[in-house]
Design a binder for this molecule. Sequence first.
Ligand code: PLP
Length: 552
Amino acid sequence: MTLSKQEMLNNYCLETGKALNNDIEKQVMELFALSSQTTTIEEKINKIFDEFSEEFLNAIDTNTRIDLDFLVGNFSDSQIPVQPIDFESYLKCLGNNVVAHSINTSSPRFIGHMTSALPSFVRPLAKLMTAMNQNVVKIETAKALSFCEREALAMLHRLIYNFSDNFYSQHIQNNLSTLGILVSGGTVANITALWCARNAILGAKDGFLGIEKEGLAAALDFYGYKGAVIIGSELMHFSFDKAADLMGIGTQSLIRIPADSNNRVNIQALRQAVVECRAQNLLIIGIVGVAGTTDSGGVDSLFEIAEIAQEANVHFHVDAAWGGPLIFSEQHRHKLAGIERADSVTIDGHKQLYLPMGIGMVFLRDPYMATAIEKQASYTMRKGSFDLGKRALEGSRPGMALFLHAGLNLLGLKGYEFLIDEGIRKTEYMADRICTMPEFELLAEPDTNLLIYRYIPEQLRELVIKKQLTEIDNQLINQFNERLQKIQRQIGRTFISRTTKTTTSFSKEIPIIALRAVIANPLTTEEDIDAVLNDQIQIASEIVISNFQKIV
Ligand SMILES: *Cc1c(COP(=O)(O)O)cnc(C)c1O
């Protein structure tokens, strides 16, 4: 009979008995002690990381070529080791199996994702944050960081809404006010915004205790609605599906309005939808404007949506998770005109504020709006306290505010303006390049720093120019681009993502597979952009059409 790994280890423990227990105590306590070992461990970790980034910078990466089945095989052990493993061996395993097969998100030629490159102050601050291990759920475990967080959020609130000095001195550190809520990302920010909107509109009244206490069915019944909806562009992020689901209205009650060819919501259709919902006695919880769609960077006409929302007296939420930081740019801020009329605004810190993963924010025009979601607990979150957890979806939460506060101070208005302007300038450069290259077709004029385009195989280029593509031709181009993007990702020298856009250029709606560039990395140069496009041309030249047509 052969013993399993676990059984062998268990036997071993039984035999060696007490000696081993003492050993464990020593090993565990060592892990908690501040020892000289920490520095050697850190040195080793730095080395692993440096090797990781260097591989990518030199584009000698081999790891993206490793297929996923292989990785799955590396992580198929469901048993926890009985004995602690020593750090050296564990680090080796981490380096070989995890770090080596991760994605270097700050590589200048990986311009297809929204995960930004990080400024150098992030790493040392991360160490400080983890070492301090504050929990901003409540004052008792965070103290100063709670106020630091409120200050950073107020700074961005001011950039959006630009209320008076008086307003900010009244609310910035007033425990009854909430100018913004720091969350883990845009998803939670969007959910929180609509949660506030829902609870505020279906609040307590005439003996009814409010939706918070009595639930959605009772609330709709009390207020006399047949149902409730959320309205926005068809290009809304899928976090709104999550919000509609959690809010109890169902994803079918998320009304998605068609967008035009520039990826902006059709205002006429939006207005019409509001009228129809009214006629059907449906409560509109919120109207959503998107400031930078995830797919293509399109910015809705926020000013016009604000008009519609105001006329209908409905909560206006702007999802500016991606495009919000345009507000730093004098040159591009006008694209967000109307954002200052929003009741709530989502901005992601871990996208265009160049901060690490795990920072999203929702800003509230009315500093008292978040009372609609406030909860108390007797052991903590007392009324009148500064405990940030009482008006938030999340409970325990790390001190990510350190990064936000640092970013706003260390980069400043001008620093962020530079980053935004540069990204858009380089995207325009790429759009110009694409327009002059016969190999490519630009699919939409960029609003921000996202660009969608596609490769056109040589034999179809004439038809594209003459606008004579058939649906079959289009399918062929779609499959070609899908293939191109997959091969490019596999080879791993450069990276562009892929998305699907619908077009009505044919008599019916058909999908177009698009290549999607996101240019936000300040380290990306024009030369890198050329290199990415040339890499695609090179790969395309090796896709043999006769082979390829078999796939079609
Ligand atoms: C990224 C994004 C989100 C979701 O944000 P997460 O931080 O990924 O949760 C929502 N809306 C838009 C427009 C986004 O770009």
